[in-house]
Write a protein that binds this ligand. Structure first.
Ligand SMILES: Cc1ncc(COP(=O)(O)O)c(C=O)c1O
Length: 396
């Protein structure tokens, strides 16, 4: 059996869904879902004002308009109380994100969606492995996509997975998967090389240098990066955007579904992330700070552990000096865009909570390489700089 076929089967089993479609990246999977739902010119899509720019890009490529909703100060997901005021006769979809591994409150979103006849699509780029009221993320809404990019719950370097409940929509997704452009040999080989470099070279000691080098090379369009420079400059669909999945990605993906002591490796990774997050929660409590809010409707898988700091630039500088790994999701309401927001239909000043969060947030790592030594170093770093920390909740 080809790796792609085996990977597809194991994902279908893991998610307990009839069929999945595979794409080059998560953003391509989102584009395919919206296309399969018939979204196009003149339609509006509601999404959180705390996301990655490639999300509004995907819907703008189809001619739709992004309509941003501010986030909840505790969950960093869309504030469900603020959705309805943004709905117009043109609205077709609500995009519910699993920010940092925490599901949005989908029952409440469903209620609003049903009242207005809208589709609900889960953005599970961060959320594979987590649950909403006991159901796996990605299996509750009408459709969902996952990302298996470098920093996601598990990584195939780049990669996207799309699922849909409606059989006709799922069929259209399959058709789009068949029509997708095959990545070139060069792209596949480069991805293979990057996967191997990442495994062998990147550690907390080399993190900052590796991150800067990777982002520089991908933004200059020199390597197959997760975001090429032009995607961050303007929302114009790149040629061959609808790109398919490769054997290299599938082969890597299958590694996460090998069993260790009767459990899939991906499930052990998720267990590890939650264990690391528990350590961080204890640290914060020791510093007299409240840990992140965990609503009882969801299981938070902590792809990253969010922390708000007073002066992020200074905090990053201190972390880099001490070789402490910190993430920067999200640097702006449409990460990492810093100017020309109007190109993405974003009006700066409209979403104070998301704007505060994106001005002050850092993320602590929870991935497999965070062991006792790293946690000890992070503990010492945070303790030394605890006066720089605001907490886990936007103070507005
Ligand atoms: C919330 C969110 N959604 C979607 C994506 C897109 O995923 P991908 O990089 O696989 O296209 C990202 C990207 O990192 C993301 O952070």
């Amino acid at each position: 059996m080809s790796c792609i076929r085996a990977y597809r089967r194991i994902l279908e089993k893991y998610l307990n869904v009839e069929s999945i479609s595979l794409f080059w990246k998560g953003r391509v999977a989102l584009y395919a879902i919206l296309k399969a739902l018939g979204i196009g010119k003149g339609n509006e899509v509601i999404l959180p004002a705390f996301t990655c720019v490639v999300v509004p890009n995907a819907l703008i490529y189809l001619g739709a308009k992004p309509v941003y909703v501010d986030v909840n100060p505790q969950t960093f997901n869309m504030d469900v109380e603020k959705i309805e005021e943004k709905i117009t006769p043109k609205t077709k979809v609500i995009l519910a994100q699993n920010t940092f591994g925490l599901s949005s409150d989908l029952d409440k979103i469903r209620e609003v969606a049903d009242k207005h006849g809208l589709w609900v699509v889960e953005d599970c780029a961060h959320g594979l492995g987590g649950t909403y009221k006991g159901c796996k993320n990605g299996t509750v809404a009408d459709a969902a996509f996952f990302s298996t990019q470098w920093n996601k719950p598990f990584s195939t370097g780049l990669g996207g997975i799309a699922v849909a409940k409606d059989t006709e929509v799922a069929q259209r997704l399959k058709e789009l998967e068949r029509r997708a452009v095959k990545p070139s040999k060069r792209e596949e080989l480069m991805l293979k090389a990057l996967l191997s470099i990442r495994e062998k070279v990147v550690s907390s000691d080399t993190y900052w240098l590796a991150l800067k080098t990777y982002r520089f090379l991908s933004q200059k369009n020199i390597i197959v990066g997760s975001s090429q420079g032009y995607e961050l400059e303007r929302p114009v669909m790149p040629e061959d955007f609808l790109k398919g999945f490769t054997q290299t990605q599938a082969k890597k993906g299958l590694e996460y579904f090998q069993k260790v002591n009767g459990k899939y490796r991906i499930d052990l990774i998720i267990r590890h992330r939650k264990r690391v997050a528990n350590h961080y929660k204890k640290m914060l409590t020791e510093f007299g700070l409240e840990p992140p809010y965990e609503p009882d409707y969801a299981e938070h898988t902590y792809l990253r552990f969010p922390l708000l700091v007073k002066d992020r630039k200074k905090f990053f500088h201190l972390a880099e000096k001490e070789k402490v790994e910190l993430g920067d999701w999200f640097l702006s309401p449409i990460h990492p865009v810093q100017k020309n927001f109007e190109l993405w239909g974003y009006s700066y000043g409209e979403n104070p909570i998301a704007e505060f969060a994106s001005g002050h947030i850092v993320n602590l790592p929870t991935h497999e390489k965070v062991g006792d030594r790293e946690m000890e170093r992070i503990y010492s770093f945070l303790k030394k700089n605890k006066d720089e920390i605001i907490g886990c909740r936007v103070p507005i």
